[in-house]
Design a protein around this ligand. Sequence first.
Ligand SMILES: Nc1ncnc2c1ncn2[C@@H]1O[C@H](COP(=O)(O)OP(=O)(O)OP(=O)(O)O)[C@@H](O)[C@H]1O
Ligand SMILES: [Mg+2]
Length: 261
Amino acid sequence: MHPFVELDRVSLSYGGGTLAVDGLSLTVEQGQFAAVVGPSGCGKSTLMKLVTGLMPPTRGGVIVDGQEVAGPLKICGMGFQNPTLLPWRTTLRNLMLPLEIVRPHRHKLRRERAGYEAEAKRLLASVGLAGFEDKFPWQLSGGMQQRVSLCRALIHGPKLLMLDEPFGALDAFTREELWAVLQDVWMERRFTGILVTHDLREAVYLADVVYVMTARPGRVMSVHRIDLPRPRNLETTFTPEFGRLVHALRDEISNVREAVR
Ligand SMILES: Nc1ncnc2c1ncn2[C@@H]1O[C@H](COP(=O)(O)OP(=O)(O)OP(=O)(O)O)[C@@H](O)[C@H]1O
Ligand SMILES: [Mg+2]
């Protein structure tokens, strides 16, 4: 196995002195899908900012794909709780946005637009949105917008996908549908993934490995390997093994929350 994301005893203090994470170490292997869970405010979004190069660590090192992270990463796609689509752009044009910004696509886009558009349409079809290319975000449901947002994070073929509570704003049924969608695209493309979530069932459904963080200043408290066979589906979530894994995570997080009180 080849480590793709490596944090080595990382600390980050925000201006004003808030120590958000301290002594945070974690490794995600290439092609692995990791989930990060932990109490609110423990530094999960901070971890995302460190890995994507949006914030430099105060101490320690962050290595992605064999290189020390020194600024915003181009090989990375990102998704957030709100889909953040541009309302004046159609689905297809929202998808093309990263290609207009990220090199080398920016330079190739004019000559190879047809090829890029075909790829965008293929990606949309793979998340069940064939035929919605010309709709505007306000013509789509929340779940559809989040699918578009996922496609946009993947359009430039990133080696790393970072998701910060991507399904938090969706109803339970839509959320569970999107677990399957995300698992499908990951199984097809095998990028390395890091998913921050408060939903422990979501973590167990999607991840190969779940990292549990302590309360702030956050560091990794424990690591749970999830060896459930893939593809997982809703039936998987009703198996005793799935229940046992979720339970173990729930107990740990309850203990952290108790300790803080
Ligand atoms: N830009 C910032 N400036 C100062 N402090 C910050 C900043 N961003 C986050 N913090 C602080 O750092 C700590 C960790 O925040 P972070 O957003 O990483 O937590 P989180 O685990 O993502 O929480 P949640 O689960 O609620 O999203 C918090 O105490 C927060 O107040
Ligand atoms: Mg957060």
